[in-house]
Design a binder for this molecule. Structure first.
Ligand code: SAM
Length: 284
């Protein structure tokens, strides 16, 4: 078991208002893709959604499944900018599901459930999953050598929920080099165990192994510098609201998120972490 419901709520249920202060206006809580030095975070997040929608071949009459949908940025994008007929999101977080469903977007439904045990008769033409896989395997399971089997069960479930000919736009954080100094090691451990308990960023080679025999890897894009820039932007925006955050949510919340976001900026710079986007095609 990776992050369970209680652990996911540690990561995402501090308060919707807290995250709204420092994420982009659509509340994407994942790496944006910057087209230029001048591009804003807001535009770069739309760019990311466009890339993944292209990878997933989202089309106007199509049905889209967003696995780990967060606060619904991608659901909103596919239903408005891409006019998808139906878009279903799954999240383990109650506050995210409430937020998405309250918006009453046309054709959009958000289900609060563990994706791995969720059952539905619907099948989807396009799948998108943005940094949900990072919650699936715990550090302990990875040490026991179970990571590839856990990811393969996820790709099998995705296959079972898709229609023949389906495409899948996947994004995951990656775990690369282990830090060689005590401070970085302690900070990376803090992010894994305190901010995102129960989960562990996957290794690229584990994902490439686990997609078989369900999905063909068509494209892989590496976006390490984009995530460094995204987390640097989040950190600057959060620090801009330091007084409000300390007053409303307490010193511990501000200090923990300051440590976590500063660590992310360093981790992407030092190649401890990276980010990849994958275009996958269903094997029929
Ligand atoms: C880092 S957030 C990304 C959210 C969104 N995709 C985005 O780009 O902003 C990870 C998401 O995965 C969801 N998640 C984690 N484990 C899950 C599970 N087993 N089943 C369903 N959702 C899960 C969390 O609730 C959260 O919405």
């Amino acid at each position: 078991m990776g992050s369970d419901k209680e652990q996911v709520e540690v990561s995402y249920d501090v308060s919707n208002e807290f995250f709204r202060l420092w994420l982009d206006e659509r509340m994407n809580y994942t790496c944006a893709v910057f087209e230029s030095e001048e591009q804003t975070l807001e535009a770069a997040q739309l760019n990311k959604l466009s890339i993944l929608s292209d990878f997933a071949r989202v089309r106007p009459d199509g049905k889209v499944l967003d696995i780990g949908c967060g606060w619904g940025a991608c659901l909103e994008y596919v239903s408005t900018a891409r006019a998808a007929e139906r878009a279903v999101g799954v999240t383990l977080s109650s506050s995210q599901a409430e937020e998405v469903n309250a918006r009453e977007l046309p054709g959009v439904e958000c289900v609060e459930h563990d994706f791995m045990t969720w059952e539905t008769d619907e099948k989807f033409d396009s799948l998108i999953s943005i940094c949900m896989l990072d919650h699936l395997c715990s550090p302990e399971q990875a040490r026991q050598g179970k990571a590839v089997d856990i990811y393969r069960a996820y790709f099998k479930k995705c296959w079972e929920l898709s229609n023949p000919g389906a495409h899948f736009g996947l994004q995951t954080i990656l775990r690369n080099k282990v830090p060689r100094n005590r401070k970085d090691l302690a900070d990376v451990y803090f992010c894994t165990h305190v901010i995102f308990p129960g989960g562990l960023n996957p290794r690229l080679e584990d994902i490439i192994q686990a997609v078989n025999p369900y999905w063909e890897v068509v494209t892989v894009k590496q976006r390490r510098r984009d995530y460094q820039r995204t987390t640097a932007e989040w950190l600057a925006r959060m620090r801009g609201h330091e007084t409000t955050i300390r007053d409303k949510w307490g010193d511990q919340v501000f200090d923990d998120y300051d440590r976590y976001l500063s660590t992310c900026v360093r981790a992407f710079d030092q190649f401890y972490s990276s980010l990849a986007q994958y275009e996958l095609k269903r094997l029929d």
